[in-house]
Design a protein around this ligand. Structure first.
Ligand code: 4NP
Length: 154
């Protein structure tokens, strides 16, 4: 079982998109049982009194438009220090995420922290739709990154 935790700042746009795109990818390849996939936030902006916000509606619409099934009950969850022991891979969307992932998880002695786009030949960061408002572009980046990650794990 390969355990993956996708991470972004708020866990309402990019990392939940990655979670459900990757789940769809491994399921379609008949490998669903080999993976445990979740997503979490570096910051608690979208969590109030322990209750996380749902996936941001434009991100939900984008997943729906691409036929990617997702859990409409999924709530934003905060990355916690103890998570380090429960996952094999922590996959961040941008450089700022990686910085806060290292901060939260207390370093990375087992080399579990990676940037999603570093699995692709072009590298870089997932375009942040919170600022670009371009969910299609984020979807394209995340799909490309997840394909490359899946290929690397095969
Ligand atoms: P995400 O997008 O990190 O892809 O979920 C964001 C969500 C919320 C904020 C920033 C980015 N925010 O500043 O609240």
């Amino acid at each position: 079982m390969i355990k993956i935790c996708f991470v972004c700042l708020g866990n309402i746009c990019r990392s939940p998109m990655a979670e459900f795109i990757m789940k769809d990818m491994v399921n379609k390849a008949g490998k669903g049982k080999d993976f445990y996939i979740v997503s979490k936030a570096t910051h608690s902006e979208n969590i109030w009194r322990g209750k996380g916000a749902p996936i941001y509606p434009p991100a939900q619409r984008c997943l729906k438009a691409h036929g990617i099934p997702f859990d409409s009950e999924k709530e934003a969850a905060l990355l916690e220090p103890d998570d380090y022991f429960d996952f094999d891979y922590f996959i961040g969307m941008d450089k700022q995420n990686l910085y806060f992932m290292h901060q939260t998880l207390g370093g990375d002695p087992a080399h579990k922290i990676h940037a999603l786009m570093d699995y692709t030949p072009r590298g870089g960061e997932v375009a942040d739709p919170w600022y670009t408002r371009n969910f299609e572009r984020a979807f394209a980046d995340i799909s490309e990154g997840c394909e490359a990650l899946f290929e690397a794990l095969r």
